[in-house]
Design a protein around this ligand. Structure first.
Ligand SMILES: Cc1ncc(C[n+]2csc(CCOP(=O)(O)OP(=O)(O)O)c2C)c(N)n1
Ligand code: SF4
Ligand SMILES: [Mg+2]
Length: 289
């Protein structure tokens, strides 16, 4: 890759298995950020726990790496105090749809201008191969020895049902396509989901690179992404799963724009001085004798 401001000088010490799809997603992300000309000091990456959730540590920007499943509340809080920054929450299918599934629903309701990039390898990679919310029914794992008996979550259909304004699916095997979708997601005003299929070469021997190639299909060039009902219907398609921008619509108010602190004063909260004497006075007033 040509010199990229979001890459590190020298080789970062990346703890992913050789051949993991996460490398291609990183390449797509770094190129997307570079090509959009985002200032390095104006990006915050947020994640939880997992292989995918290591991503912020491999991007040369500010980041917060927190608890499993809790990336979105942190990302929304960052956006609330710093609406001028680009905020990307990134992690795995377990992190974002399992442990963090409740936060996913409520982020969709709030519509913060946060970008959610999910590495969907249909497995818990970091903890060595248990079923994730997107694991296919029947998949055998060391824990689900008789095969997964729960129906898989369909994140893109769920997001469209919740009226998320930007919903797309990408495949790590197509770096250029993933980059292009990431760029559009970043430019979208409001909450954006990109579900990115990614082979886990060590712990998912069922959904391999070849399986994703055989079971995905690009949306037709004439497909229009502005019809929500049509998008929902396409989102329900499986094997082959459609790849590309399924749904985009503007117009929903953005969470941080509606906060009362910005009604009269547009300066980001993080730039304002706080009057500690007021806080002290309130605490003294409320003190239990
Ligand atoms: C509250 C909590 N539960 C469980 C774990 C153990 N744990 C760490 S990562 C992980 C799953 C990660 O899977 P995913 O988010 O899909 O990421 P991947 O490793 O596949 O990229 C689990 C269950 C934890 N750290 N914290
Ligand atoms: S365990 Fe799977 S997801 Fe994790 S780094 Fe290895 S190949 Fe990638
Ligand atoms: Mg996973």
């Amino acid at each position: 890759m040509a010199e990229n401001r979001f890459d590190f000088d020298g080789k970062p010490d990346i703890a992913w298995c050789p051949g993991c799809g996460d490398f291609s997603i990183r390449q797509a992300l770094l190129s997307a950020l570079e090509e959009l000309g985002i200032e390095r000091g104006k990006l915050v990456m947020v994640s939880g726990i997992g292989q995918a959730a290591k991503m912020p540590q491999y991007v040369n920007s500010s980041f917060f790496n927190g608890l499993h499943g809790r990336a979105l509340p942190v990302a929304i809080a960052v956006k609330a105090v710093a609406p001028d920054l680009t905020v990307i929450a990134e992690g795995g299918d377990g992190d974002m749809y399992g442990e963090g599934g409740n936060h996913f629903l409520h982020a969709a309701r709030r519509n913060p201008n946060v970008k959610l990039f999910v590495h969907d390898n249909m497995v818990y990679g970091l903890t060595k191969g248990q079923a994730a919310p997107t694991s296919r029914e029947g998949m055998r794992t060391p824990v689900q020895v008789d095969g997964v008996i729960s129906a898989p979550l369909n994140p893109v259909a769920l997001a469209i049902a919740m009226n998320v304004g930007f919903v797309a699916r990408a495949f790590s095997g197509d770096v250029e396509g993933t980059k292009a979708i990431m760029k559009r997601a970043i430019l979208h005003e409001g909450f954006a989901l990109v579900d990115i299929f990614q082979p886990c070469v060590s712990f998912n021997r069922q959904n391999t690179f070849q399986w994703f190639k055989a079971n995905t299909r690009a949306l037709e060039p004439e497909y229009r992404a502005d019809d929500r009902a049509a998008a929902f219907s396409r989102a329900l398609e499986e094997e082959p799963f459609p790849l590309g921008l399924l749904y985009e619509s503007g117009g929903r108010p953005v969470f941080e724009d509606r906060l009362s602190v910005y009604r009269e004063d547009k300066r980001p909260l993080r730039e304002r001085r706080h009057d500690m004497s007021m806080l002290r006075a309130v605490m003294l007033e409320r003190r239990i004798p």
